[in-house]
Design a protein around this ligand. Sequence first.
Ligand code: SF4
Ligand code: FES
Length: 248
Amino acid sequence: MNLTLKIWRQKGPQEKGKLVDYKVNDISEHMSFLEMMDVLNEQLINTEEEPVAFDHDCREGICGMCSMYINGEAHGPDKGITTCQLHMRSFKDGDTIYIEPFRAAAFPVIKDLVVDRTSFDRIQQSGGFISVNTSGNTQDANALPISKHAADEAMDAATCIGCGACVATCKNSSAMLFVGAKVSQYALLPQGKVEAADRVMNMVHQMDIEGFGNCTNTGACEIECPKGISLENIARMNREYLKASLKG
Ligand code: SF4
Ligand code: FES
């Protein structure tokens, strides 16, 4: 198929960006979206133009790097997948595709489609971990009984890959779904209970410092999340926050 691409080009964080038109021809419907971008970049390199900068790593829906806004949707038109799992069969010959970076004050554009998501790293560093005694008397993990229900819910929360689609989709650029998932994956397990109060207070505080917006219960984040992270995680984080606040 032959396509017209309208891609956000921006030389650097302080430069003004704009949409630039490109044509790509003979694109197979079996190609992934990122392979189509590779074809475009080879074309640009062959004509001695600057290739389009975009983030990617695993290309199998695990790392959360491939942040692109495609035709006005984070990770493109298909549900429950990342950009790297999107295939060109979702488009048709003659289509015009708009490709932009994730947009949020806390995700500044570095170049073209690459945004700085280290704000997520700093939130994680503020509390997204457990401290484990490695003195030699470490308790066997299996000695702690965990209900199947809690284990399943913790596992579901832990599938968040930190891609940032929830933020990019939210009209408030809120990171509540991401932080809710990270708080929940520990709050549901006995290993996470020891530091639970500090964790939720520190992570929410860091989220505010980074400039993410508030949650107004629109639910767009849940719809666009490639991993199906549920809004229930935001409710759990709010309960954990209230508990920690009352504890002082
Ligand atoms: S909650 Fe979903 S959309 Fe948000 S960072 Fe995690 S995986 Fe991505
Ligand atoms: S490149 Fe890793 S999730 Fe897309």
